[in-house]
Write a protein that binds this ligand. Structure first.
Ligand SMILES: [Cu+2]
Length: 274
């Protein structure tokens, strides 16, 4: 346990540069410890590390370690429980990053559950987390089901000082497993949401409104709307983050948008599902 803690501290203290260099095409990179979400400055203390966005990565891992210790289970098992309980909560992608960063020896016992969930047609965020964790296993330890997932790996960078992404248009097949990695060399935070077709303005206006009150930071400027389909939390300057999800089954053009207040009109893109 002490060794695990020491390893965690080493991984969490890795410089931003190391994280930015994570090869996006290597789905195993998660086990090098680079999957954890970026810290977004001081966060409100009443956040639930098992459900809320905006919890610093180190605090979230600490909470998961405490949960694991109390239940006499591995951190991976505690994290998977939290993911299953969280379903559509804003922490889903952050929790998935933690699970993908755990050592294979912790994740392997969860394999039957992860394989079953990765085939779940309900297509929850837990399903994407399960697929991501399976793909983060070393290649020689992956079950056959993981190899069949064939993720579409996409990468973008925030353009310094321009409130834009390069590239900003992507394509994926209906129902495909997708990973979008955003590198952020800009001096400000950015997030990335996938929203329902035609909902860009509605979500953008709602995000700007959120930015006017204290609830905005608490929710990391993610509007509470069923039209918000996927959420990559705020990525700090100099860091990168991955968002894993299964593309919608329904073909169409799904807007991508940064909902940091004031950004949405310029900082948006498209995922074409066809
Ligand atoms: Cu932005």
């Amino acid at each position: 346990m002490q060794r695990t803690l020491a390893l965690t501290l080493i991984l969490l203290s890795m410089p931003c540069g190391a994280q930015a260099q994570t090869p996006p095409t290597d789905p195993h990179a998660g086990h090098a410890g680079h999957g954890a979400p970026a810290d977004a400055g001081a966060a409100p203390t009443d956040l639930d590390p098992m459900r809320d966005a905006g919890v610093p990565a180190a605090s979230r891992v600490q909470a998961l370690e405490a949960k694991a210790k109390a239940a006499n289970q591995s951190v991976a098992a505690a994290t998977w429980q939290a993911i299953e309980a969280c379903d559509t909560c804003l922490a889903a992608n952050d929790l998935a990053a933690v699970l993908a960063s755990r050592p294979a020896i912790e994740v392997k016992p969860l394999e039957p559950a992860l394989v079953a969930k990765s085939k779940d047609t309900a297509n929850t965020r837990a399903r994407a987390a399960a697929a991501r964790a399976l793909l983060a296993l070393p290649a020689d330890q992956q079950p056959a089901e993981a190899k069949a997932l064939q993720p579409t790996m996409l990468k973008t960078t925030s353009v310094v000082g321009r409130m834009s992404w390069d590239p900003k248009e992507f394509q994926a097949a209906p129902g495909a497993l997708v990973c979008i990695e955003m590198n952020n060399p800009d001096s400000m935070q950015h997030n990335m949401l996938l929203v329902a077709p035609g909902a860009l303005s509605e979500i953008g206006v709602a995000a700007d409104k959120l930015g006017e009150g204290p609830e905005g930071k608490r929710r990391q400027f993610v509007p509470d709307s069923p039209k918000v389909l996927q959420v990559m939390g705020l990525v700090a300057p100099g860091q990168s983050m991955q968002l894993w999800f299964f593309a919608p089954d329904k073909p169409g053009t799904y807007p991508l948008v940064c909902t940091y207040p004031g950004h949405w009109r310029l900082m948006n893109g498209k995922l074409k599902v066809k």
